[in-house]
Design a protein around this ligand. Structure first.
Ligand code: HAM
Length: 426
């Protein structure tokens, strides 16, 4: 127990963590270009926020939340997603008083008590964006484009954008009745959860992962045929914009998404590289959510993508991602008298943005060279008692084995010149 992380959680270490840093940097670049600013919300929120927004009858709320009572008897939940938190923050911080729409993004851990498997964790990371305050269908297109653009930039191919419109509460009212009467004839074929869903929220049946329920859902009347005029026109405009942006998409009439707050446009981006957990990214409009959380009627739209799944898809697709960062310099200091001068030299190198390190275990020269090799150091600088006496160091280029003696005070400059001076920003 003491040495095992809880089921469904994991440590992210080098050289994997460098890939995460690379992805996060790319994500931030894209958000910057599309004029989104970052929001960091608490890891836990009042349980009621998720019950109200994600929906009482969803799998997330019914089965997957990490909910606890704190010492002050408050019911709190580790966030299973961040749209609800973003909307809460929008209201609490009066972001509605700022010029609209408000465009936000986040990268951070989410928590769902799900059955762990490849691409599915109990603590996982999402990158997500939310645009609150505009119902313009061009925003829907921008949100989808940002994801598609990011994936293209990362070299991710074999993706499919699946698109649907689930309309507004008005169109859904008529559809719900139609769906219920269809499902009534198939109750026997549904799983026990879906029989309850049939009573409480029949749309959820369309989202069930059970094979037999998917079969029934596949034949169900399509929600898109029940859209009111406004929702239909909105959806047509979204599609028109996507076409003019050359974003390829597939209409999927069964796409309803597993959260209750959605209205109108919903979409998922699935990777053919991934097996069971194919959905890398999912999102849609939530024009009723701000009001549901106590604000004025305010439209919103966004998506979230699973960072672990994105990495899996990139790796399966053969993308080259950065690995462990090598050392620029390993400083071999020999003898106790050289240690002080070595520390100073090391500090000077780091001031010049060189990635530099030294031995701290009193290793022999041979062992230090071996260590430098393991750390993929490009240069080794040797400072022994003899060098110290003569105020020089020995610089060795590891790839070629070439060695050169240079005055101590020129060592940093020499290495910088060899490296071309460009060492920052990695
Ligand atoms: P979601 O579809 O529940 O949507 O999650 C979005 C993405 O998070 C999924 O497509 C998947 O890549 C990843 N994900 C979900 N659960 C897990 C898990 N257990 N392990 C690993 N990855 C997972 C939302 O969360 C909405 N808040 C998206 C949104 C934002 N809609 C509007 N704005």
């Amino acid at each position: 127990m003491l040495t095992t992380a809880p089921r469904g959680t994991r440590d992210i270490l080098s050289p994997e963590v460098e890939k995460w840093q690379y992805l996060e940097e790319k994500i931030r670049q894209h958000c910057h270009r599309y004029a989104y600013s970052e929001i960091r919300t608490p890891i836990f929120e009042h349980t009621e926020l998720f019950q109200r927004s994600v929906g009482e009858t969803t799998d997330i709320v019914q089965k997957e939340m990490y909910t606890f009572q704190d010492r002050g008897d408050r019911w709190l939940t580790l966030r299973p997603e961040a749209t609800a938190s973003t909307v809460r923050a929008y209201l609490e911080n009066k972001l509605y008083a700022q010029p609209q729409p408000v465009k936000l993004y986040y990268i951070g851990p989410m928590f769902r008590y799900d059955r762990p498997q490849a691409g599915r964790y109990r603590q996982f990371y999402q990158f997500g964006i939310e645009v609150i305050g505009s119902q313009d269908p061009a925003v829907d297109a921008e949100v989808i484009l940002l994801a598609v653009h990011l994936f293209a930039d990362l070299g991710l191919r074999d993706l499919e954008v699946q698109l649907n419109s689930i309309g507004c509460p008005q169109c859904r009212r008529a559809y719900r009745q139609e769906l219920r009467s269809y499902l009534q004839g198939h109750l026997e074929e549904l799983c026990s959860d879906c029989r309850t869903r049939y009573e409480q929220n029949p749309l959820r049946v369309l989202d069930c992962k059970e094979e037999r329920c998917r079969k029934v859902a596949g034949e169900a009347p399509a929600l898109s045929s029940y859209l009111c005029q406004e929702c239909r026109e909105h959806f047509e405009l979204v599609q028109g914009y996507l076409q003019s942006l050359d974003v390829k998409y597939q209409l999927n009439p069964n796409l309803v998404r597993g959260l209750d707050y959605y209205t109108k446009t919903v979409f998922e981006i699935v990777s053919r590289e991934l097996g069971a957990q194919a959905a890398i990214c999912g999102g849609g409009r939530y024009d009723g959510l701000v009001e549901e959380c106590g604000g004025q009627p305010t439209p919103g739209i966004g998506f979230a993508l699973g960072m672990e799944r994105l990495l899996m898809a990139l790796e399966k697709g053969g993308s080259k991602l950065p690995g462990r960062a090598p050392l620029d310099v390993f400083l071999v200091a020999l003898g106790s008298r050289a240690q002080g001068a070595a520390l100073k030299l090391l500090y000077q190198m780091r001031q010049q943005n060189l990635r530099a390190d030294k031995d701290y275990l009193g290793r022999s020269l041979k062992a230090q060279m071996k260590y430098a090799d393991k750390k993929e150091a490009r240069y080794v600088v040797i400072l022994g008692e003899d060098e110290l006496e003569r105020n020089v160091v020995l610089i060795r280029e590891m790839a070629t084995g070439e060695q050169e003696e240079v005055p101590l005070e020129e060592a940093v400059e020499k290495i910088l010149a060899e490296l071309g001076g460009v060492t920052d920003g990695r």
